[in-house]
Design a protein around this ligand. Structure first.
Ligand SMILES: Nc1nc2c(ncn2[C@@H]2O[C@H](COP(=O)(O)OP(=O)(O)OP(=O)(O)O)[C@@H](O)[C@H]2O)c(=O)[nH]1
Ligand SMILES: [Mg+2]
Length: 609
């Protein structure tokens, strides 16, 4: 077998926030892929607007640098568990990986998940203990914990023999000995050249696996992936092999490779390269592009199944159609099915109702990002509470179960235990660090995690970090009863006024400001008791001779609770919806009138008997 010594393909993997994208910044900047006067900023690879706003990576992306004449293709991946599908999608393009581990946090749940993915696919790992500039770094301990993780996960003995670097992505330095003074990132490049196996050259007809898609209004669909066999030149005839083994003929228009943030047009490319090609239409991620003489499919990309589902429906609120440009059944349907082309771990299904679609994802954030993206594109629609996806196995109902890891102060153990036992969590491990902090580990059904994140942040006053890791399916162990209080529900349509809101404040916490347009059945606050109650939030004070508007201003209001989209999704119960438009996020009861809701309660009671 021959190897190409001019190329290395690596994926950067880690738990969320352990510094992958920052390290890629350092690699890009120090390899001089930018002009000297080019302004590039930070977190360069987080190019998508939502990624920049949230400071997290959502999609995997390719870039490349050249070091000592060798092209290093780099794939930056997201670390949040909800976007694991993005890691699974791209990891097969690489021969090696950089496993980053935060020098304070140490290996975390997602570190384990992505390392398992990488080792199962035979990638050569390089461990990077990162953020060594942190004052509280505990390098030796973190290294030892990382070694334990390898012992647990390695599939062959040689995987235990991994190089270790100590880096600060932020300072742009890496060293091979702990404690050594870092100068630059070159030791990392050296290690990649030395330890990551160069791609094999497989001779024979062309074969490439599509791992990503892009679109250009002039060039059409762009298929991105690694060439596994043979060579390709511009204008070569190729065959696309689809999932159902059907073949379609095309001609390659253009070939690009990556360098920094640009795509370089090439006349040809060969096995081992990661390329983007145009000319192949209607491609789906996982399809193979092959030479016509031997059109064999490469193994398709395997993506773990979604665990959480919710419905997306046409907006049925009385205020529908005011904000959004796109909101019909057909528009919603087309947009959701289009998403499947690139969002591999997502599933979309029609339901019995033509206006409603069932959308399944890897977690609440995965679905929330799709909702946010769509509303920015001008869509409006309504979504239901996320629910864990159950399965029938041999006639038995099974549900997803996850590991929940919590790092927080010891003073919160009591309140967390109480919250979590209601959510059917079982404590599996508890470790104190001797300095007032504790790490709690629970086994918890996915349904118990829904809505937990915001409750957790409130309970720990933001002094806690929680992480989850999908474990598998286990027998269903009953419903989790709602832990939320009832809602304050607007009883009339109109514009909310201070007086009405002030009255509602007597009942609980309010969520809207004076001047907000409301409708009957809209949720305007949280009751201090378990039941929902109707409130007339549009009610003015009885008119006296004094001008009522000045009276209105006199009322002192508590600032309303403002919910983000994620909090809103987290908040709602099964009989409620979130109405999402480009300008508003409203919460509502599914049944808008009080009498409809009363009838439903009566029917439910009768049903139980
Ligand atoms: N002290 C210190 N902080 C760092 C370092 N590298 C990254 N950070 C900080 O850690 C946070 C996360 O950095 P990112 O580079 O976005 O992490 P990531 O692994 O790409 O995150 P995801 O892609 O969302 O999983 C940011 O606030 C960075 O500024 C480092 O070397 N030292
Ligand atoms: Mg990132």
């Amino acid at each position: 077998m021959n190897y190409r010594n001019d190329t290395r393909n690596i994926a950067i993997i880690a738990h969320v926030d352990h510094g992958k994208t920052t390290l890629v910044d350092a690699m890009l900047k120090q390899s001089k892929v930018f002009r000297d006067n080019q302004k590039v900023g930070d977190l360069i690879m987080d190019s998508n607007a939502l990624e920049r706003e949230k400071g997290i990576t959502i999609m995997s992306k390719n870039t490349a640098v050249i070091y000592k004449g060798v092209k290093i293709n780099i794939i930056d991946t997201p670390g949040h568990a909800d976007f694991s599908g993005e890691v699974e999608r791209v990891i097969s393009m690489a021969d090696g990986c950089l496993l980053l581990v935060d020098s304070v946090e140490g290996p975390m749940p997602q570190t384990k998940y992505v390392l398992r993915q990488a080792l199962n696919r035979g990638l050569k790992p390089i461990v990077v203990i990162n953020k060594t500039d942190r004052a509280d770094a505990r390098i030796a301990e973190v290294l030892s914990l990382t070694q334990d993780l390898f012992l647990e996960l390695a599939t062959s003995a040689d995987q235990l023999d991994f190089p270790v670097l100590y880096a600060s992505g932020r300072e742009g330095s890496a060293v091979t000995m702990p404690g050594e003074k870092g100068i630059n990132i070159m030791p990392l490049f050296e290690t990649i050249l030395e330890k990551v196996p160069p791609p094999q050259i497989e001779e024979g007809p062309f074969q490439m696996l599509i791992s990503n898609l892009d679109y250009d209004s002039h060039k059409g669909q762009i298929a991105i992936g690694r060439i596994w066999r043979g060579k390709i030149s511009v204008h070569d005839p190729v065959v696309k092999v689809s999932a159902d083994s059907s073949l379609a003929r095309f001609e390659i228009d253009e070939i690009f490779t990556y360098l920094g943030l640009t795509r370089l047009s090439m006349s040809e490319a060969a096995a081992g390269d990661i390329v983007a090609v145009t000319g192949v239409e209607g491609a789906v991620i996982g399809d193979t592009i092959a030479g016509p003489e031997q059109p064999e499919a490469l193994p398709r990309i395997e993506i773990a199944e979604p665990t959480v589902e919710m419905t997306f429906g046409v907006n049925t609120s009385p205020l529908a159609g005011r904000d959004g440009r796109l909101g019909t059944t057909r528009q919603l349907r087309e947009r959701l099915y289009k998403e499947l082309e690139t969002n591999l771990s997502l599933r979309v299904q029609d339901t019995d109702s033509p206006d409603t679609f069932l959308v399944k994802g890897r977690g609440e954030l995965h679905l929330a990002i799709l909702i946010e993206t769509m509303r920015r594109e001008g869509y409006e629609f309504e979504v239901s509470k996320p629910e864990a996806i159950t399965r029938l196995v041999d006639g038995k109902l099974m549900e997803p179960v996850e590991t929940l890891t919590i790092d927080t102060g010891e003073q919160y153990i009591g309140v967390l235990s109480e919250m979590l036992s209601k959510r059917q969590a079982q404590l599996t491990d508890m470790r104190h660090d001797g300095a007032g902090n504790v790490r709690l580990e629970y086994k918890i059904p996915t349904k118990g995690l829904i809505g937990f994140r915001s409750a957790f942040l409130t309970a720990t006053r933001g002094e806690g970090v929680m992480n989850t890791l999908f474990l598998g399916y286990e027998p269903w162990c009953g419903e989790v009863t709602s832990t939320r209080n009832g809602a304050l529900v607007a009883s009339e349509e109109g514009v909310a006024v201070s007086y009405g809101i002030h009255n509602a404040e007597g009942r609980g916490l309010t969520m809207i400001e004076p001047g907000t347009q409301v409708y009957e059945g809209m949720i305007v606050g949280l009751n201090s008791r378990a039941q929902d109650i109707p409130v007339n939030i549009c009610k003015e004070k009885k008119k006296t001779n004094m001008r009522s508007s000045t009276q209105d201003i006199m009322v002192r209001l508590t600032p309303p609770i403002k919910m983000s989209l994620e909090q809103a999704i987290d908040f709602i119960n099964r009989d409620e919806l979130v109405e999402v438009t480009p300008r508003n996020i409203r919460l509502r009861k599914k049944l808008l009138t009080y009498s409809q809701r009363l009838r439903r309660i009566a029917e439910d009671r009768a049903g139980v008997k």
